[in-house]
Ligand binder design. Sequence first.
Ligand code: APR
Length: 263
Amino acid sequence: YTGRYDGSNIAWTGRGTTANLEEIVIGRCNDYIGLKNPAAGKKNCTLLWQTLKSVFASKDPCKITQDDYKPFLTMAEHDIPSGKSIFWSQTGELTRQYADIVKNVMPLESTLTGYMMNGLNWCGQRSSSELNYEVCPAWNECEENAAKSFWRSASVVYAKKASGEVKVVLNGSSQTRAFRTESIFGSIELGNLDTNRISSIQLWIMDNLSGSDKESCGVGSIAQLEIALKHKGFKFSCIDNYRPVQLIQCIWMPEHKSCNICP
Ligand code: APR
């Protein structure tokens, strides 16, 4: 180990900063604005990186707040077309695959901020301007950790922008509950949805093909979510195992009975 410990971070068990973080982040930014979504408009990717790095470099990685990311998030902001917002919980991989295929939805990971940081790890250290490539706090090792505060803060911005018909993809085979009030969707995004901008909300409850059907529309935690949406004044509908998404699950299990087109 070549970096320097703060003394307190020895116990952390999270993965350290992703190697070549700067090159990856600046590269993804240029890829995004140049090729993936030119509608995002002109952005200075080097300045975006510098603004982002200044949030966590030389700082205790457990003392980074959601507010600290605001200047970066404001600089990276761009429009999300009406009807393209899609939220998820415990269905991240599937939702990203669906988005990459159909291209008519734009999850957080298909916006500039999400695209730049998806799948990466990052944190600094108080005693050095070097990022910590060895260890970072894991998701639950401290509340205000560099990555957790980023995703929470980015989720606020993303949720506030949602308009038109919004989708929510939940996991009907969850070991816990499909809708968890403590998740980012339940604790952050839901409360930031704007009744005046959103015309309706579609819930898609996806069971794992080989998993159990624990929860469905109108059942368990989904029923709780439906009540909450009603109270907030949203129009909503709910679909169990929305077929276009299920067909993506079928790619890995084409022989499964749910994948059979002519049963
Ligand atoms: N340990 C490690 N990582 C975690 C943990 C944890 N205990 N909890 C959440 N995460 C990280 C993981 O990277 C995971 O893929 O957050 C991601 C989302 O967690 P989920 O529980 O699947 O969903 P949720 O908390 O609702 O967040 C997803 O927030 O990011 C936004 O727009 C996005 O709607 C989406 C929602």
